[in-house]
Design a protein around this ligand. Structure first.
Ligand SMILES: O=C(CO)[C@@H](O)[C@H](O)COP(=O)(O)O
Ligand SMILES: [Co+2]
Length: 217
């Protein structure tokens, strides 16, 4: 598995100018779209109609991160919008295996996310059902928080299981990813890196993306 992927989060973009904000990150591998419902997390962002419009105009694939309750009901609708991947939270899904299968059969890659306090061990047996495991490296809900080093052993444990089973599963990290922290996450085994404020909070997102790629390798 290579450390290829930088996914800027549009949570830190200018929501009034989403189309031009997408063009500024054209050199990234995908755009990370944070959907929040003010219930699973104490924040509200955007929903399915906006994701459909982003999908229609984005020059790069969409990586949708659902921070919503009742993932079993809603996640397949996002997959049906034609996005590249849909990630639901394990804490919000009643039947994660069935849901991952549904996402894949709708044509999306299936991702499952874990809050910092959620252990990975109960889910190791279902890694083969996933294309991506998202280890949250901050408490979900807001951009601009500091990377939690306490999540590194979980990344290592997941990476070990993925290597051991020879599984084609990417490990995504999300939260507090900067040129300073990305190396630690990559060293632990992460392969896909979400970065919001460290990309959109800079003068030139393309330069920030290139810097993250260098720092990850
Ligand atoms: O899912 C989330 C927050 O819940 C993220 O995707 C953030 O948008 C990342 O922002 P930074 O920590 O990189 O600023
Ligand atoms: Co996210």
């Amino acid at each position: 598995m290579t450390t290829c992927c930088i996914h800027p989060s549009i949570l830190s973009a200018d929501f009034v100018n989403l189309e031009s904000e997408l063009r500024r990150i054209g050199s990234a591998d995908a755009v990370h779209v944070d959907v929040m419902d003010n219930s699973f997390v104490p924040n509200l962002t955007l929903g399915l109609p906006v994701v459909k419009r982003i999908q229609a105009v984005s020059p790069i694939p969409l990586d949708v991160h659902l921070m919503i309750d009742d993932a079993d009901r809603w996640a397949p609708e996002y997959a049906g919008a034609g996005v590249s991947s849909v990630t639901f939270h394990a804490e919000a899904a009643r039947a994660p295996i069935r849901l991952a299968r549904e996402l894949r059969s709708a044509g999306a890659k299936a991702g499952m996310a874990l809050r910092p306090a959620t252990a990975v061990e109960p889910y190791l047996d279902m890694l083969g059902e996933l294309d991506m495991l998202l280890v949250m490296t901050v408490e979900p809900g807001f951009g601009g928080q500091s990377f939690l080093d306490v999540t590194l052993p979980k990344i290592r444990r997941a990476a070990e299981a993925i290597r051991g089973g020879n599984l084609p599963v990417a490990i995504q990290v999300d939260g507090g990813i900067t040129e300073e922290t990305i190396g630690r996450a990559a060293e632990a085994g992460a392969t896909v890196f979400v970065a919001g404020s460290s990309v959109y909070g800079t003068e030139d997102p393309a330069v920030a993306i290139a810097g993250l790629r260098r720092a990850a390798s």
